[in-house]
Design a protein around this ligand. Structure first.
Ligand code: GRF
Length: 204
């Protein structure tokens, strides 16, 4: 099976990027990360990419007159490396129409809560403060809303009485590192079909 070419957009520490790169290197998924792009020059995700021998590119929005112009540059880099699937992994910007048009239902995001609950920033902390008994994480296709696209996979974790917000975030992160590579795996194998709001997982 030929390897699906994945491009990752990341703004920070890049642990989900690492999980996808590791699954690829270990031959667990028929996909390879071919380029990592960050909007932050000092993102640790860039270091992780370089250590894995993967091209790391910084595209800083400040250097462009508009979001469209910035995204056109991001698209140019993705296309240069033949990217077929874009994974947002801690990418701290709303995606605009330029990226969406080129990668419709070919762009995924991971969110640290059970969507549609607790979208936006700090989903783990929001859930902990609210007092839910269970939270988790969600991989979804990206649409033009904030964390609103069709849901691909979710994982549930309990919230324990003695948990701090950080404890809960750590428990969720462990699951993120499992379901994000799995979502990429399903996509790479052609097993995801979007029907309206729903994502069908085609059985083998
Ligand atoms: C994760 O919690 C992810 O769910 C959210 O941003 C965080 C990124 O972490 N979208 P990392 O950069 O992948 O370590």
């Amino acid at each position: 099976m030929s390897l699906l070419k994945v491009g990752v957009l990341a703004s920070g520490r890049g642990s989900n990027l690492q999980a996808i790169m590791d699954a690829s290197r270990e031959g667990k998924i028929p996909a390879e990360v071919v380029v990592v792009i960050s909007d932050q020059g000092d993102a640790y995700a860039l270091e992780r990419a370089r250590s894995a021998g993967i091209t790391a590119v910084v595209v800083e929005p400040a250097g462009f007159p508009s979001r469209e112009a910035y995204e056109e540059q991001v698209v140019a880099v993705l296309q240069k490396y033949g990217v077929e699937l874009v994974c947002l992994a801690g990418y701290m910007r709303l995606v605009g129409r330029v990226l969406l048009k080129v990668y419709p239902n070919k762009m995924m995001n991971i969110h640290p809560a059970l969507l549609p609950a607790f979208p936006g920033l700090h989903g783990q902390q929001q859930a902990w403060e609210y007092g839910v008994r269970y939270s988790g994480c969600t991989v979804h296709f990206v649409d033009d809303g904030m964390d609103t696209g069709p849901i691909i996979l979710q994982a549930v974790v309990p919230v324990l009485p003695e948990d701090t917000g950080d404890d809960l975030a750590a428990r969720i992160l462990e699951q993120e590192h499992i379901i994000y590579p799995e979502a990429v795996n399903l996509f790479a194998r052609g097993r995801l079909e979007v029907v309206g709001r729903k994502v069908m997982i085609i059985q083998n």
